[in-house]
Design a protein around this ligand. Structure first.
Ligand code: KG4
Ligand code: ZN
Length: 354
């Protein structure tokens, strides 16, 4: 059965995302977003202070069919209308990925439509097309979330994603979440730190900037490290508590946030400059951070570099990003994946399509 399709300019692609704690189903027509249904299990993980893989997998199983139905309803289509299915094949939590990949294979098989198993990080980049139009080629992508902190040189997003640097320990969002916990703020901590920081002083405490010394820059010019910063905050807070003085939560939040945003933006602009790239794209949950956006704009503009940041709902994990990359795969005539494609929890960043 088919429905009356919305006027479209491009393949109708349904994308499935289950790499972490969001069950996302997006539907696009070319570069036009038709639906972006997300069911999050974040509240089930809150009391553990981090995502519990088994809990996430079970939540994906329960949410998958209702989320697909909701996306189709919003887009005004039925499954038979879809031209192709795309799914996050990795990287991410193994059990969580498996649920999405199994669902996508069933749909592709049942509907007799091509299947594209794609890389989650490239999908974070491709999603910006839905909001700001075709991606500049090349562009410098900075992906910062609870699971990743990467600088990538991106040419054609369906085939050319080159890692320039990444975190050597905690991801940026993970650092926000851990510091929030130290300060007694809820999980996930990023938005709470952002809010607390707005009434604090970013220069109150001089926290360390990881991998920025001359010696570190020789080996880790475009890499990040946030675990030393997290430890420095923990020590500072502990010393305060031991001395019986109150912890100035807003000042700690603002000074910590400044240390993270300072390093992220400095290295992103440096990488773009070194690569001769004039456009920086920021994605991942931490891209929602208000200070990161302002500082990135400011520092990039000083070098004549433009910054693109999708709206917050498209920065966090969602199905639309997977559908956007899938549509690009179709548009560029890439060969679809085999139906026996694996879920790969440690999928290399430069493998865009399996
Ligand atoms: O992309 P995302 O939804 O999921 C993955 O981790 O893949 O990102 C979630 C992360 C969390 O660590 C959360 O604390 C952080 O993004 N985050 C923020 C803000 N909003 C979300 N970090 C800093 N400032 C924010 N406003
Ligand atoms: Zn992500």
């Amino acid at each position: 059965m088919t429905s009356s399709l919305p006027s479209s300019a491009g393949p109708l692609v349904l994308g499935i995302e289950t790499s972490c704690d969001e069950t996302g189903v997006g539907i696009v027509s070319g570069q036009t977003l038709l639906a972006d249904a997300v069911a999050s299990s974040v509240e089930e993980h809150a009391r553990f202070g981090g995502v519990v893989p088994e809990v996430a997998s079970r939540a994906h199983l329960e949410a998958m069919v209702p989320t697909i139905e909701r996306a189709c309803e919003t887009a005004g289509i039925v499954l038979g209308d879809v031209d192709a299915i795309a799914v996050t094949a990795g990287p991410g939590l193994a059990g969580a990925l498996l649920v999405g990949v199994a669902a996508a294979k069933s749909l592709a098989l049942g509907l007799e439509k091509p299947l594209y198993g794609v890389n989650h990080l490239a999908a974070h980049v491709a999603v910006d097309q839905l909001e700001h139009g075709p991606l500049p080629d090349p562009c410098l992508a900075m992906l910062v979330s609870g699971g990743h902190s990467s600088l990538l040189r991106v040419g054609d997003v369906t085939s050319s994603v080159e890692p320039l640097g990444s975190t050597i320990d905690d991801a940026a969002g993970e650092a926000f979440d851990k510091v929030a916990r130290l300060l007694g703020l809820p999980f996930p901590g990023g938005p709470y730190i952002d809010k607390a920081a707005s009434s604090g002083s970013s220069v109150a405490i001089d926290f360390p900037r990881g991998l920025t010394s001359r010696r570190d820059l020789e080996r880790h010019r475009f890499d990040f490290s946030f675990s030393g910063l997290k430890t420095a905050v923990a020590r500072w807070v502990q010393a305060r508590e031991e001395s019986g003085e109150p912890v100035p939560v807003s000042d700690v939040a603002a000074s910590f946030q400044e240390a993270v945003c300072d390093v992220l933006t400095r290295k992103a602009v440096d990488a773009a400059t070194a690569e001769g790239i004039e456009d920086i794209l920021i994605g991942g949950g931490v891209a929602a951070n208000s200070r990161l956006r302002v500082l990135a704009e400011e520092r990039a503009a000083a070098r004549g570099i433009r910054v693109r940041v999708p709206r917050p709902g498209l920065c966090t994990d969602n199905g639309a990003m997977v559908a956007a990359l899938g549509a690009e795969m179709v548009a560029r005539g890439r060969t679809p994946s085999h139906l026996d494609l694996p879920a790969d929890s440690s999928m290399p960043v430069d493998v865009v399509l399996v």
